[in-house]
Every structure is written in C-alpha cells, then in structure tokens.
Design a binder for this molecule. Structure first.
Ligand code: FES
Length: 458
C-alpha cells in the first residue's frame, strides 16, 4: 500500500488515505534512520538535566548515540558517543563527570568531546591528528526548556525548523517549567502509531467515554508548517463553550457540562487530575474545589471560570509562581496541543505542560519507546528531583494513569489491525484529525527527498 496520496502543496482540507508502509515496513523503518532521524532537530533532554558543568545525558536514536554535556565553559556540547579508537559506546544514561574514559583501552575525552589521552600514543607514529581523535560534533541548541540536537551539519537552524510553533508557544514560557514526573515504556506499536494516539481530540468520545459526562470534545486540527496544532471547539453545542473558547481556548479551562458551573468545573478538574495525573496542577484543582463556597448559586459560567482562573493565578503568585500574561485570543489560537515534528506532542498550559515523545525501538517497525512527561512551574528552589522511571506497560499496568492506559490500548490494537489484509489505509478526519495528515505529509517529504519540501500553511 502506498504513501499518503495528496500533493505536498495541498491545504489538507480534503480527505486523504494513509497507507500502511510507514507503519509496517521494515525497509521503511531502516530508511528513517538516514532520511529522517539524521536530518531533523529532535529533543534530546530538558535543559534542567544538564544544568551544571559536567552534567551529561546520552540520547540514543535508532543506532546513533549522542552525548549531550554542560562543558567546562558552561555551554552545551553534543557529540557522537562513540570512542574514536575502536568504537565502544562511551557513556550510558545520565550523570555528572568531568571527563569520559573509555573502559576498553582507557582513551579519555573532555566535556567538549576532545580527546585528551591516548595510551601509548607513540605507537601510531604521528598518524592520528587531533581531529581524528576528537569525537565528531553534533549540532545542539535550546528552545522551550529542551535541548535539541541535529546530526545534519547542513540543517536549518532550530529557530527556522520550529517556525511557527516556537513563536506561538513562546508566550507560555515552557522553558520555565520543570519536570514533575517522567515515565517510559516499550510499546508493541510503531512510533508513529503511538504518537498519533495523542495527536487529535477526535478519539475522546470513543476512547475516554467516562469524560463525556463532564465535557464535549469536538476538536479542530491545523497544519502549521511542518508542525501542527489542535484544540477543542464548541461544535457540539455546550451552551457556554463558545464564550469560553474565546476567553481560554483550552478544554480543561472550560466549565464543563452541568447546570451549576461551580460544580462542573470542580468535577472535570477532579476527574482529569485523578485519571491523567497531569494537564492541570494542584493549585488549579484546589481553586476549583473552593468555587462552590466562594460564589453564590446561579453565578454565570463565564464569571465562574474568570473567578477560578483569577484565584488560581493569585494562589500561584503567593507562592512565587508568576503566570505569563498571554492574550486570551492567542491562547485560543494555540489550542490545547502541538505536534513538533517528528516525535513530540506537547499539551501546553500557563503553569504546566504535559508531553509525549515516541522513538523507534531498533528497526522493528512494530516496537517503540514511549515517554510521558509532566512539567510544572515551581517556586524557585522547590523543583522536585525526578528521574526516568521505567513502568512496564503490561506487568506494571496499574502504575500508569488510567486515561493513558486507554490510549496505550489503542496503540497496541491499531498496530495489530494495520497488519490485517482487511486494512485499506487510514482515513483521518479532514477536520478534526488534520494533524495526522500533516504529520504524514511532512514525513513523506523527508522520506522522499531526504529534506523537507516547502509546505504552505493549511
Ligand atoms: Fe575506546 Fe579502545 S575502544 S579506548
């Protein structure tokens, strides 16, 4: 079955069909290494993980291994994590070190990847110049509190690559947020299948029916250059949703269904907080709980939301967390989440965010590494210390938030369904799932030419 069957210049308003090659083909998965992963900017880690001189993080992607460090000048360095001698992988995981010593023949490298020691160097009789000994550099930059790497020395700048996503998300000050928790697992599904489980809101009615008693989830979706965003609208007629969209643009900041918005806000917040362990904060939840005591019965929904937001903002300010001032119209235009091509989807908020990162696991198209991360703004000095936690999708199922389990189940079963002779290609909604079509359009441009083609806004 072929690739997506629309031209790159299309505005993505027409229905499209996406074939199974990108999800199932072993040859396609192997080709992604050269044509995709070695060409794109990708998130290696958060800046907070490499804050101090000597901090390092190893980022592995489909056979390539990259070492990100905070070097002795206090700058970020990135280079291939492969010893220049006979190719041993130098470092694993993360930690703090002032130099890297290969545990095979004891060659050593500084935090910039420069070789500083070769045992019995005279054996080579001067045939190893310094540049042959140093570890090859990888481009590195930061945006949004993430460290981004790019293996292509001829790539565009990170700022250009992220356009227009970076400019639109800058007001949310994601760079000032810190990890709250971060978990990962292996999923028996292609990395694109896994990520796509979160790229659209169209799935809520089918996948998360328990949420329908609190809110409707009619979604919109839009290509933004090589990236895309989505949000929730009022298409299914919640009486006050239109007004709330205009003011707040984020489903979780809307009043929910119910005659008494004081209660429906609290019920929605309580449900989301308990079942996702993210996309909100304790401050928001506590402020929602107080609404019924602080406001008289019959207060209009818009006033209830305004009161709730104001009291959460005030409570945060009292503990030293100052929200960014963002024009409500801009909040609405940003929607609730962004797909940053190729493999990150961010649910952004004013004092918190949640994001997902999917990566291939080897070249098996039916396996991936999937990570779930929550971020929050904290008073300075009160950021929690967190570490990556492996939580097996099957053996430790109860340790994943229940809403995420519903999404994980979709990934597993979609990957199985794709392999059936009965699969005739995916037909994402040209309205509510446009991020899926946008994803495959950009992907096809990389896989076809090895470089992205010009893509107009949808
Ligand atoms: Fe690293 Fe020999 S492979 S020193």
């Amino acid at each position: 079955m072929g690739k997506i069957d629309h031209p790159l210049s299309a505005e993505l308003t027409e229905p499209v069909t996406i074939g199974d090659e990108a999800y199932l083909s072993k040859a396609y998965a192997e080709a992604e290494r050269e044509k995709l992963w070695r060409k794109v900017w990708q998130v290696a880690c958060r800046v907070e993980e490499v804050a101090e001189v000597g901090d390092y993080v190893v980022y592995d992607i489909l056979g390539d291994t990259i070492l990100v460090t905070r070097n002795a000048d206090g700058e970020l360095s990135a280079f291939y994590n492969v010893c220049s001698h006979r190719g041993k992988k130098l470092a694993k995981g993360c930690g703090r070190a002032m130099q890297f010593r290969c545990s095979y023949h004891a060659w050593r490298y500084n935090l910039k990847g420069e070789n500083i020691f070769v045992l019995d160097k005279e054996d080579w009789r001067g045939t190893l110049p310094q540049e042959r000994l140093d570890l090859p550099p990888v481009k590195v930059d930061t945006w949004g509190g993430w460290v981004w790497i790019n293996m292509d020395p001829d790539s565009v700048s990170l700022q250009e690559y992220l356009d227009p996503a970076a400019a639109m998300l800058d007001p949310f000050e994601l760079d000032k947020m810190r990890y709250r928790w971060r978990k990962w697992c292996y999923v028996p599904a292609n990395w694109k299948v896994a990520l796509e489980a979160f790229l659209e809101g169209y799935h809520v009615e089918g996948t998360h029916p328990q949420l329908l008693k609190f809110q409707t989830f009619a979604a919109w979706s839009k290509a933004q250059g090589i990236h895309s965003n989505s949000g929730y609208g009022a298409a299914r007629g919640v009486a006050s949703a239109k007004e709330m969209d205009k003011a707040f643009g984020n489903t979780l900041m809307r009043p929910g269904i119910g005659a008494d918005p004081r209660m429906s806000i609290w019920e929605l917040q309580d449900e989301v907080w308990r079942t996702t362990d993210g996309t909100s904060t304790q401050v928001f939840v506590d402020a929602a709980r107080r609404l019924v005591d602080e406001l008289p019965e019959g207060t209009p929904a818009g006033e209830v939301v305004a009161h709730w937001m104001a009291s959460a903002k005030r409570d945060d300010a009292a503990r030293g967390v100052i929200w960014p001032e963002v024009d409500p119209a801009h909040v609405a235009a940003c929607g609730s989440s962004w797909h940053l091509f190729p493999n990150v989807n961010v649910i952004q908020g004013l004092n918190n965010a949640m994001y997902y990162r999917a990566r291939p696991h080897g070249t098996d198209p039916n396996q991936c590494i999937f990570e779930v991360i929550t971020l929050e703004r904290y008073p300075e000095g009160q950021e929690p210390k967190t570490e990556w936690e492996f939580v097996d999708l099957f053996a430790q199922r109860d340790e994943w938030p229940p809403v995420l389990l519903q999404d994980f189940d979709n990934m597993v079963d979609v990957q199985l369904g794709l392999q059936s002779a009965g699969f005739r290609g995916a037909v994402p909604s040209p309205s509510q799932e446009r991020k899926i079509a946008a994803f495959h359009r950009t992907l096809a441009s990389y896989m076809g030419e090895g470089k992205p083609q010009p893509i107009g806004p949808a």
